[in-house]
Design a binder for this molecule. Structure first.
Ligand code: CO
Length: 135
């Protein structure tokens, strides 16, 4: 079902401050910047040999990432795994009794289709599934 790792999501208080480390100190180059209104986050993606770091700055305290920051502080937020067929993956996982946050796919960055599994299902790790783009 899983064909790769797309990115690691990192919750930050400020993209600008976080970029001083990821870009300024480590020399990683942002390839994509996008505000995802539906999820209440601004994102910056920094590629590293096929896997990206996704920085997530919440637009306010009442967003999922805003609540995460208040509860846990900045840090690793989720792991995004690639699947070829997101609908089929969600059907399979639902049938196996796994808890999902998203029963149906929702829009992610770069026009992708994504769905989050429940962290309880992932042994404490919030897992995002993203559909590979068919060309
Ligand atoms: Co993500």
């Amino acid at each position: 079902m899983i064909v790769g790792i797309d990115h690691l999501g990192v919750a930050v208080e400020s993209l600008e401050t976080a970029l001083r480390f990821w870009q300024g100190a480590l020399g990683m180059t942002p390839e994509h910047t996008e505000a995802v209104g539906e999820q209440g986050v601004g994102t910056v993606l920094l590629p590293a040999n096929g896997v990206r770091i996704e920085l997530l700055e919440p637009t306010g305290p009442d967003t999922p990432v805003g609540k995460f920051l208040a509860r846990r502080g900045p840090g690793l937020h989720h792991v995004c795994l690639l699947v070829d067929d997101l609908d089929a993956a969600l059907r399979t996982l639902t049938a196996s009794g796994l808890r999902l946050i998203d029963e149906v796919p929702r829009p992610g960055v770069e026009g992708s289709r994504i769905a989050f599994l429940h962290p309880a299902a992932g042994a404490g790790v919030l897992v995002e599934l993203k559909e590979t783009v068919r060309r």
